[in-house]
Design a protein around this ligand. Structure first.
Ligand code: NAD
Ligand code: AHE
Ligand code: ZN
Ligand code: ZN
Length: 370
């Protein structure tokens, strides 16, 4: 079949709107019509060419909501008409990782997913006979996409897909990093570096965890209004302290450092500051931001010797098939805020404007509606 899609033909170039060919679902796969998709900074990161796993041509996008249109042979847990969220972190339930009880990082199809292919080692996308890669196993920048059954979460049919699509990455990642990875406790102090869709969702998660002080840090002060609305208590712009390392500013502000910090930018220097603004003896820093090829983190080992802990979090530690539907239900119950995070809706034809707006810091999230 034909599908409208935004194709990344090469790194660093705008996406190109095309009619691509989509092959039907094979055994264990489903065809999904994407109704809406968010644009996450990770899409921009890969498009920039900084992603060591970046492959071109590809159809990017990993923050979608859609409806199952066709199921392949042997699919038992999904049916035509189901409302779903594609999962870049699948959940097979049977691999060593799924059974460990220690991680959400199912590895069942990770190898082929990283090669931009479906589990059988081939792509369902092409244009004029030229193969186009999948991306993160989701490719939500195509109106029709094919997904492995284990990479699809079935959700409440009543949920608005143009909002809950953001649970496909940003909002779940931020909230989950607080609740699952850091396990922030009531009264704890928190610092959040970077106030995009991820950082603001960390703020939201910190409020859900009943954190005490929530210090937010961004070089773009226009982000502070939304952060305060969500529950931030202190806003810090590093540009206001040109002569003082930002970790020192936060240590002084909090009388010794925070209990938990979260890096939501992808900047390795900020990752260091986020660790070093943590309280001696027990402070924990969670890296969420994704850094480019060749980038490495540094600190004095003494920072860890003296009790600070460095962690990372992918998709907020959330298991997609079993736990994401509950996030949708919590949104429907008014316990998770999404609507405020949608700064603009755009048709697919204007998707490059969403990338421009993100780079210029004018939006929290843009949502593409097909
Ligand atoms: P975004 O572009 O919407 O937001 C980034 C924010 O960081 C912006 O507000 C920007 O002003 C701010 N910022 C940039 N440089 C800064 C600096 N030096 N000091 C302070 N603030 C600074 O991005 P996003 O979509 O929220 O994504 C954030 C990061 O999280 C990206 O690296 C993305 O790839 C990553 N990410 C990771 C996961 C995961 O599972 N680990 C999931 C989603 C996104
Ligand atoms: N491909 C990159 C890493 C990209 C990355 O870290 N992705 C996150 C999700 S970001 C969503 O916006 C993730 O889940 N990683 C776990 C995984 O298995 O990819 C690189 O550096 O190679
Ligand atoms: Zn993302
Ligand atoms: Zn698994």
């Amino acid at each position: 079949m034909k599908s409208r899609a935004a194709v990344a033909w090469e790194a660093g170039k705008p996406l190109s709107i095309e009619d691509v060919d989509v092959a039907g679902p094979k055994a264990g796969e489903v065809l999904v019509r994407i109704v809406a998709t968010g644009v996450c900074h990770t899409d921009a990161f890969t498009l920039s060419g900084a992603d060591p796993e970046g492959l071109f041509p590809a159809i990017l996008g990993h923050e979608g909501g859609g409806i199952v249109e066709e199921v392949g042979e042997g699919v038992t847990t999904l049916a035509v008409g189901d409302h779903v969220i594609p999962l870049y972190t699948p959940e097979c339930g049977t691999c060593e990782y799924c059974r460990s009880g220690k991680t959400n990082l199912c590895q069942r199809i990770r190898a082929t997913q990283g090669q931009g292919l479906m589990p059988d080692g081939t792509s369902r996308f092409s244009k004029d006979g030229r193969m186009i890669h999948h991306y993160m196993g989701t490719s939500t920048f195509s109106e029709y996409t094919v997904l492995p059954e284990i990479a699809v979460a079935k959700i409440n049919q009543a949920a608005p897909l143009e909002k809950v699509c953001l649970l496909g990455c940003g909002i779940t990642t931020g909230i989950g990093a607080v609740l699952n990875t850091a396990k922030v406790e009531p009264g704890a102090s928190v610092a959040v570096f970077g106030l995009g869709g991820i950082g603001l969702s960390v703020v939201q998660g910190a409020v859900m965890a009943k954190a005490g002080r929530i210090v937010v840090v961004d070089t773009n002060p226009s982000k502070f209004e939304m952060a305060k609305l969500l529950g931030a208590t202190d806003c810090v712009n590093p540009k206001d302290y040109p002569d003082t390392p930002i970790q020192q500013v936060i240590v002084e502000l909090t009388g010794g450092g925070v209990d938990y910090s979260f890096e939501c930018i992808g900047n390795v220097d900020v990752m260091r500051a986020a660790l070093e603004c943590c309280h001696k003896g027990w402070g924990e820093s969670v890296i969420i931001g994704v850094a480019g090829a060749g980038q490495e983190i540094r600190t004095r080992p003494f920072q860890l010797v003296t009790g600070r802990v460095w962690r990372g979090s992918a998709f907020g530690g959330v298991k997609g098939r079993s736990q994401l539907p509950g996030y949708v239900d919590r949104y429907m119950a008014g316990e998770i805020r999404i609507d405020e995070m949608v700064s603009q809706e755009l048709p697919l034809e204007r998707i490059n404007e969403a990338f421009d707006a993100m780079h210029e810091g004018r939006v929290i999230r843009s949502v593409i509606r097909y």
